[in-house]
Design a protein around this ligand. Structure first.
Ligand SMILES: NC(=O)c1ccc[n+]([C@@H]2O[C@H](COP(=O)([O-])OP(=O)(O)OC[C@H]3O[C@@H](n4cnc5c(N)ncnc54)[C@H](OP(=O)(O)O)[C@@H]3O)[C@@H](O)[C@H]2O)c1
Length: 301
């Protein structure tokens, strides 16, 4: 396989950090993001600056653009919708335009929060989205911007991302369990906890297949919208219980309802994503969420 030029946007986020490591076998990774981050990127990029986005793509001359950056503060977005829309939608449309101009592949991550959560069976890609939060609306607008521009793209909707780095549920639960005697966690929202490494590894496997000279699938067959999470489902309480079981702190937990824990943004009650399309198309085997968590916990030590 000829090594590709990969523009990785948001290399210091949870998913971006893992991608940076996983993409090295596919090509030369050119990072772009905030300059003030602990791991300074190669190119300075602020996604609210549209001209800056175009300049960065022109400079990087990528074959692949991977956008791992986003406005991910779900509750803050309720009162900061303009910024969330600029980053999660407008910037994404510009990336799609730039990718199309260069005939580059655009890989972009979206969210289970595009759904209203009223179902009780996994969401397939063809279910009509109906976001209930500003974050969900802006992420859906980002998906639509890419689809309107067209070109070669992969939109990978994921959910409940955690990992060893960054701000996430796993790290918050571990910190709180060390600080407090009791922890109350919502037990009536159901989803699929997904390790950031699972996402990065799957993305890398997909790109390997996409660019393989031995791949018999057409680009048209491979590009499009996919759901990508670990398999299985649980509640936030169930996820916290499994995390704290490793440190014998699970007995600190109390199950509560969404009503008991009001937040500015409404979250879907049920947002499990069906992953059969991505697994079948690309021959992936996605782990059960508990298996992935076990490996992550072992690495954490
Ligand atoms: N986290 C989840 O549970 C979850 C669930 C479903 C889908 N997703 C999606 O998965 C993708 C990756 O999420 P993640 O959890 O890895 O997010 P993350 O850890 O919050 O990382 C997002 C990155 O984007 C950067 N960023 C924010 N605004 C920017 C701007 N204006 N210009 C340049 N960079 C900017 C952030 O920098 P700073 O941190 O310095 O601001 C950060 O490095 C996103 O598309 C997200 O919507 C995440």
């Amino acid at each position: 396989m000829i090594k590709k030029r990969i523009l990785l946007i948001g290399p210091d986020g949870q998913v971006g950090l893992q991608l940076h490591a996983c993409l090295q076998t596919i090509g030369q990774v050119i990072t772009a993001g905030w300059v003030q981050s602990p791991l300074p990127p190669m190119l300075a990029l602020d996604l609210t600056d549209h001209q800056n986005i175009r300049q960065v793509v022109a400079e990087a001359k990528p074959d692949v653009i991977i956008n791992a950056a986003a406005y991910t503060a779900v509750d803050k977005a309720e009162s900061d919708s303009d910024t969330a829309m600029a980053i999660n939608a407008t910037a994404v449309g510009i990336l799609a335009e730039e990718a199309l101009k260069r005939h580059a592949l655009l890989v972009h991550y979206s969210t289970d929060y595009v759904f209203n959560g009223k179902r009780c069976q996994p969401y397939h890609e063809d279910v009509t989205p109906d976001p209930r939060s500003v974050y969900g609306e802006t992420k859906l607008a980002g998906e639509q911007a890419i689809q309107t521009v067209g070109g070669d793209y992969l939109i990978l909707r994921t959910a409940w991302v955690y990992g060893l780095y960054g701000s996430n549920f796993l790290r918050t639960m571990q910190r709180l369990a060390n600080e407090r005697e009791r922890l109350s966690v919502v037990a009536d929202q159901i989803g699929s906890p997904t390790w950031s490494f699972t996402l990065a590894q799957a993305t890398s496997q997909i790109l390997n297949l996409y660019y393989s000279p031995f791949c018999t699938l057409s680009k048209a067959h491979m590009t499009g919208l996919y759901h990508l999470t670990a398999q299985g489902q649980t509640s936030w309480y169930g996820f916290a219980h499994e995390i704290l079981r490793y440190s014998q702190q699970a007995d600190k937990l109390t199950a509560i309802t969404t009503e008991d824990y009001p937040t500015p943004a409404t979250r879907p009650a049920y947002s499990v994503l069906a992953t059969d399309k991505i697994q079948t198309t690309f021959g992936l085997h996605l782990p059960q969420w508990q298996q992935a968590l076990a490996v992550c916990m072992a690495l954490r030590g």
